[in-house]
Structures are given as C-alpha cells and as structure tokens.
Ligand binder design. Structure first.
Ligand SMILES: Cc1cc2nc3c(=O)[nH]c(=O)nc-3n(C[C@H](O)[C@H](O)[C@H](O)COP(=O)(O)O)c2cc1C
Length: 188
C-alpha cells in the first residue's frame, strides 16, 4: 500500500531565516520514522504576494499562476507539518497569507507543528494559528515539537537537536499518521 504524503512546510521567508535548518533535521526524522512519503515545501519559493485573488478561495477559481502553483502543491499533501517561528507572540504573516490563498485544498487534512523561538518556543504562535486551521476544517494536533532558544542548537547552518527531541518528533509523527488515516475517509 502506498504511504500518505507529508508536506513539511517552511513558514519563514526572510533572508537569514533558520527555518530551513530545522526543517532539514525534521525531514530526516520523518524519513526514518517511515509513515509518510516526505517532501519539504519552502514557502519562499512560491513567492506569494500579499493576498491578491479577486474571488473567494472556496470557489477554487484562481486568477494568478502563483496561486495555481500553490494550490497544486497543497492538493498533493495528505498531511502537513508546519515548521514555524514566533513573530510578536504570534504566527508569521507569510504563513497566514499562504494559508488564506486556498480553502478546499486544506480541508480534512491534519497538521502538526515544529515551532521555535525564545523562551516560549513558538507555542504562542501555534496556539494563535489553531482557530484559522479549524476554520478550514483542518485538524491541528495537540502534539508539538517546541524548540526553545533554538539558536543554541545551530552551528554553521545545521540544527543539532537536543537529546530526546528525535523521540518527541517520532511520537508526533506516529499520531499524525493515525489522524491522516482517519481523515482520509472524510475527503472521499
Ligand atoms: C519580526 C520578528 C518578531 C519576533 N518575535 C518573537 C517573539 O514574539 N517570540 C520569540 O520567541 N521570538 C521572536 N522573534 C525571534 C525569532 O524567534 C527568531 O528570529 C527566529 O530565528 C525566527 O525564525 P526564522 O529565522 O526562521 O525567520 C522574532 C523575530 C522577528 C524577525
């Protein structure tokens, strides 16, 4: 039987961001865990403008190629992990903007989180985002990989996870796989 597709979405788009380093670590864990076919999706590569579609995303009718490309990507996924920073005690604007562009593409898909930041470890960002995700009929998992003071684990652009973090990530992926399987029937 084929495995479901997991998209690990790098939410940060700023020059010098640490998101790709953390996503690269998580990609390795996800491949080892083995429940999913894994792809890393970099929001920066989509280069989405501030929301500019004339129609409501519920229609699925898009005027711009950028949106169509983004729609095709999200459609391919059965589940998501957002690798997301905390900006001003909330989620970063690029992530919310990218979410807003689409609607049905997100429906009935589960999402888990790898968050990072200072002492709050990005937990406020994740909590702030959950109402948006449920508005799209997504299921945000309670499990979360939350990395506090992430800078201490970065050396030469590589993220070196603290002891035990791989186990937390594997456990979250196991639960994500269960929700992915359960929610597949809702999309039929
Ligand atoms: C605009 C901005 C606001 C930030 N606000 C917070 C914050 O509220 N809490 C926090 O823990 N870190 C905050 N930070 C620090 C980020 O956690 C840190 O810069 C992190 O590396 C951002 O992720 P990125 O490098 O992948 O963009 C902020 C950073 C920026 C650029």
């Amino acid at each position: 039987m084929s495995r479901p597709t997991l998209h690990i979405i790098i939410a940060s788009t700023r020059p010098g961001r640490v998101g790709p380093a953390i996503a690269a670590w998580f990609e390795g864990v996800a491949k080892e865990q083995g429940s999913f076919d894994v792809a890393v999706i970099d929001l920066k590569e989509f280069n989405l403008p501030i929301y500019n579609e004339p129609g409501h995303p519920m229609t699925g009718v898009y005027a711009f190629d950028d949106t169509k490309k983004w729609s095709a990507s999200v459609t391919r996924a059965d589940a998501f992990v957002f690798v997301m920073p905390e900006y001003n005690h909330s989620f970063n604007a690029a992530l919310k903007n990218a979410i807003d562009f689409l609607h049905r593409e997100w429906n009935y898909k589960p999402v888990a989180f790898v968050s990072y930041g200072g002492i709050s470890a990005g937990t406020r960002a994740v909590q702030s985002l959950k109402p948006t995700l449920t508005a799209l009929s997504m299921f945000p998992l309670a499990e979360q990989v939350a990395i506090a003071s992430h800078q201490q684990y970065l050396a030469d652009g590589v993220f070196h996870a603290a002891a035990g973090l791989d186990d937390v990530a594997q456990s979250m992926l196991g639960n994500l796989a269960r929700w992915t399987s359960a929610m597949a029937s809702l999309r039929e």
